[in-house]
Design a binder for this molecule. Sequence first.
Ligand SMILES: Cc1ncc(COP(=O)(O)O)c(C=O)c1O
Length: 382
Amino acid sequence: MDIKTKCIHLDEDTSSDCKHYGAISFPIYQTAAYIHPEVGMSTGFDYSRLQNPTREHLEKVVANLENGVDALAFSTGMAAITAVFDLFKPGDHIIADADLYGGSIRLFHNICEKNGITFSFIDCGEEDIESYINEDTKAIYIETPTNPMMNVIDIRKTSEIAKKHDLLFIVDNTFLSPYFQNPLELGADIVVHSGTKFLGGHNDTLAGFVVTKSEEISEKMRFLIKTVGSGLAPFDCWLILRGIKTLALRMERAQENAQAIVEFLLKEPKVKKVHYPGIKGTKGYEICKKQARGFGSMVTFEAESPELALHILKTVKLISFAESLGGTETLITYPYTQTHADVAEEERERNGITRLVLRISTGIEDKEDLIADLKNAFETFG
Ligand SMILES: Cc1ncc(COP(=O)(O)O)c(C=O)c1O
């Protein structure tokens, strides 16, 4: 089944199942508890912290999109990533790419390290990963493309290193979504998503996912959701299901807009550098072409001065200065003071997250309108 169809239909057609009265839109089971027919008998659902039919349906849809054996829906992307790190114990060592969403770095430094897990933050695309592996190393954690610098990491190559050393390989696939990239097929063990972004797609709901191809990891994650209570609520599950129905259309349109904006920025003399994997002749382009079906709709660029960066943020009208991505609306973010504000100054500088850097997530508006908005911001500077 093509991924465009998978966004709308599961192989097992639960939507036309008599159980749901033939509802085309999967129902929202807004219930906390379920009647037990008899002692020792269950309808399959006992209490919604453990599982709920709407959440179960969403999880099947996402597992199918990523070709995993199971997916688990969490209240946020951070709740999903936190659950994954519960797989590790004090003394374990993780190799993480240095350029990650700032919230993940905050989790690793402030919660995981407090729990005795240690990290080596390295450039997984450039450095020799194997030289950082020690006897306590348990996993490699990356995003690709990375947030916000859009570095592309070779998933297959990294998975071979992970396999050779018996490490778990975890990929945050938020930026390309399952529509453009499926890391489990390229050798990853676990995929995480901020479902808040492209999967939900409307800047209106928070969600997170863990997808795996291992029954053992899935069981551990199910135990955690049941015990910790971080599963996604039924109505939010339904909103994400509705978002996924248009994932293919949104991804294509947003990517078209991103490419138009990249072309504009590459010609703009007040722009120092554009970071986008779809730029031919770059290393990221070659890797992305091999492992993904598209380049996505995230564009990072460096303005010629911090003053210009601030002016753009103040001047754009159609493009909103806001801290998220992957929705129908085009958003512009200042990673230095927003998404990566809690990352130590030296770490930010090392990764290139300076006061010049702006990150755009294109929505599905008309591309000429978006370019006119940006153009006006450049023309009114200085
Ligand atoms: C790449 C990436 N992963 C994870 C997250 C965290 O997701 P959430 O905000 O849904 O907790 C974000 C949030 O921006 C992100 O950009």
